[in-house]
Write a protein that binds this ligand. Structure first.
Ligand SMILES: NC(=O)c1ccc[n+]([C@@H]2O[C@H](COP(=O)([O-])OP(=O)(O)OC[C@H]3O[C@@H](n4cnc5c(N)ncnc54)[C@H](OP(=O)(O)O)[C@@H]3O)[C@@H](O)[C@H]2O)c1
Length: 272
């Protein structure tokens, strides 16, 4: 069955006040920035773990439909698309209301939209600079506020906020992007504290470099699937923030773990 585009949100008010989702069992997932490589990898890993309905919210509906089809093939019990442009901050509540009407209740919302440009690309272009900050920070806050209202009305729901790990290279060469993601990070961490008494929670995800269309790829970068596997495990452990190690850090951590075990074995055997 083809993925379904959203109809006008006729049932939005009812579904938001009724957390029981008749006819739509399983864990429901909303992806804001629905064509994001990291966002769709996380959604896919969640659906493999526990099938449920999904809404792919993106600005390009044709590409969103392709993602929705793929997610259906890996476990989505239903897959819908909704038009969403994160820069149109006054339209964000409409997109989330449409998604909620389709899902009945949003169990997990992945905030994965964003854009990247380095300082050289932005040099002398104030409009492009402010547009990046507007999308990555103000757009994200608009999404967070609309999701907070939804979670408060549902009395449950989890936000997975794809932040970024501050790294020397980014701080030096992409300061505006780094600043926008630092603001994003602080906002979603604080939203997590705010929602705790309402039955909601936020997982702030800080990946290092990941091979996606966003940024020039590098052989040492992680794959979106590696990030997704860590996110699923962090969710299982009820974590509120997840800083993902680079490949080199993972290697070092494995080596020091093995050295520690070997030291304990030597100690137990009385070998110096
Ligand atoms: N890749 C990395 O190394 C890395 C590292 C740390 C954090 N992150 C963060 O991860 C998030 C996802 O990025 P990604 O790596 O998965 O790259 P990606 O595949 O290029 O995803 C970026 C997504 O943002 C969407 N987007 C851009 N402008 C938008 C707008 N105005 N409205 C709605 N959606 C918009 C894009 O949609 P279109 O397809 O329509 O352009 C795309 O789906 C970003 O927030 C990024 O900051 C990435």
């Amino acid at each position: 069955m083809p993925a379904q585009a959203a109809e006008p949100p006729a049932a939005a008010a009812d579904s938001m006040s009724n957390p029981d989702r008749a006819g739509n069992p399983g864990r429901s997932v909303l992806i804001l920035g629905g064509t994001s490589a990291i966002g769709t990898a996380i959604a896919q890993a969640l659906l493999v773990e526990q099938p449920g309905p999904v809404v792919v919210a993106a600005r390009d509906i044709d590409r969103a439909q392709v993602v929705a089809e793929r997610l259906r093939s890996v476990g989505a019990t239903d897959a819908f698309t909704v038009r969403f442009d994160g820069a149109e901050v006054h339209e964000t509540t409409r997109a989330i209301t449409e998604a909620t009407a389709l899902l009945g209740r949003v169990d997990v919302a992945i905030v994965a939209f964003g854009t990247y440009a380095d300082s050289a690309e932005l040099a002398s272009d104030l409009d492009a600079t402010l547009a990046l900050v507007h999308l990555n920070l103000q757009g994200a806050i608009a999404a967070g506020e609309a999701l907070a209202e939804l979670i408060q009305s549902q009395r449950c729901g989890r936000i997975l906020a794809v932040s970024s790990r501050p790294q020397p290279w980014t701080l030096e060469n992409a300061g505006v992007y780094a600043a926008s993601k630092a603001g994003f990070d602080t906002y979603f961490a604080s939203l997590g504290s705010r929602l705790r008494t309402d039955g909601g929670d936020v997982l702030v995800i800080r990946p290092p470099g990941v091979n996606t269309p966003l940024i020039e790829n590098h052989s040492s970068f992680l794959s979106p699937e590696e990030v997704a596997a860590e996110v699923v495990s962090a969710m299982r452990n009820g974590m509120n923030d997840l800083t993902i190690r680079t490949r080199d850090e993972q290697r070092l951590a494995r080596r020091s773990f093995l050295q520690k075990i070997a030291g304990r074995v030597r100690h137990a055997l009385g070998i110096l």
